[in-house]
Design a protein around this ligand. Structure first.
Ligand code: B12
Length: 219
């Protein structure tokens, strides 16, 4: 089977809720030493995107959404060690506090951002999901963070990102941290409107952008 066929099958497995096939393909990625992040982006995420569209069109419902998400996470358990292996030992690049904002329990994307950040040398404090603004601000202060990352997948929870930025402004701490925003509901326009320092549409861009911004800030 070609690499592309393995990724395609991973996508299909998510789409058809076929856990057995998904796990088999994950093992194939490991055995053939394929790029695990390519498997995530070209296989799993593609499948979940289509699942999301089907859900929006009422073609599938919440239990199916949950089933697809579970399969995603089980495959990640297999791929994660491989992704970490590729990271290797790195010099510490900075400290990032990361979480999904209040009211939002989506974690898959945020977890991938956390994984790639720590792989590339960041100390990551992952606060989890449904995180209130005080926890973001207090933790950033406590760990002396360089950046705060806010994930939001729902239109209704986007305001949670704005709340954190406003709290930082009120406390006179806004310039102490780089605020980065992302997640399915976030657009570059929204990021600009709320005065975030950076937006990234995927985990790879998140790592790239925060690294550049920290470098600029330390000049
Ligand atoms: C899986 C999923 C779920 C799972 C989540 C499981 C889990 N543990 O995470 C479950 C089933 C629990 C779920 C629940 C709900 N969901 Co949902 N879900 C999805 C789905 C299909 C995939 C999300 C996902 O994981 N994508 C894969 C990851 C890798 O992508 P990502 O999150 O975008 O992350 C990448 C980038 O955005 C970026 N990134 C992410 N975070 C950050 C942070 C920073 C700082 C940066 C820089 C970058 C960054 O990097 C990531 C990796 O590349 C989406 C559809 C979609 N295509 O997004 C709907 C979707 C997000 N869900 C939706 C809805 C409506 C819901 C529910 C309200 C449904 C309900 N009626 O209960 C609930 C909400 C519960 C809550 N309070 O949060 C809607 C949201 C619509 C909207 N705009 O408001 C969507 C878009 C589906 C749809 N098309 O209607 N969901």
């Amino acid at each position: 089977m070609t690499d592309a066929a393995v990724f395609e099958k991973l996508k299909e497995a998510v789409l058809s809720f076929d856990e057995e096939l998904a796990l088999k393909m994950a093992e194939e990625v490991v055995e053939k030493n394929l790029d695990p992040m390519e498997a995530v982006d070209k296989g799993l995420v593609k499948g979940l995107d289509i699942i999301g569209e089907k859900y929006e069109r009422d073609e599938i419902f919440l239990p199916e959404l949950m089933m697809a998400a579970n399969i995603f996470q089980k495959v990640m358990n297999i791929l994660e060690p491989k992704i970490k292996e590729k990271g290797g030992e790195r010099k510490k690049k900075g400290i990032v506090v990361l979480g999904t904002v209040k009211g939002d329990i989506h974690k898959i994307g945020k977890d991938i951002v956390a994984l790639l950040l720590s792989n590339s040398g960041y100390e990551v404090h992952d606060l989890g999901e449904d995180v209130d603004l005080f926890t973001f601000v207090d933790t950033a202060k406590k760990v002396n963070a360089d950046a705060i990352g806010l994930s939001a997948l729902l239109t209704s929870t986007l305001s949670g990102q704005k709340d954190v930025i406003e709290a930082l402004l009120q406390k006179g701490l806004r310039n102490d941290y780089i605020v980065m925003v992302g997640g399915g509901a976030v657009t570059p326009d929204w990021a600009e409107t709320i005065g975030a320092d950076l937006y990234a549409e995927n985990a790879q861009a998140a790592v790239r952008n925060v690294t550049e911004t920290i470098k600029e800030k330390r000049k």
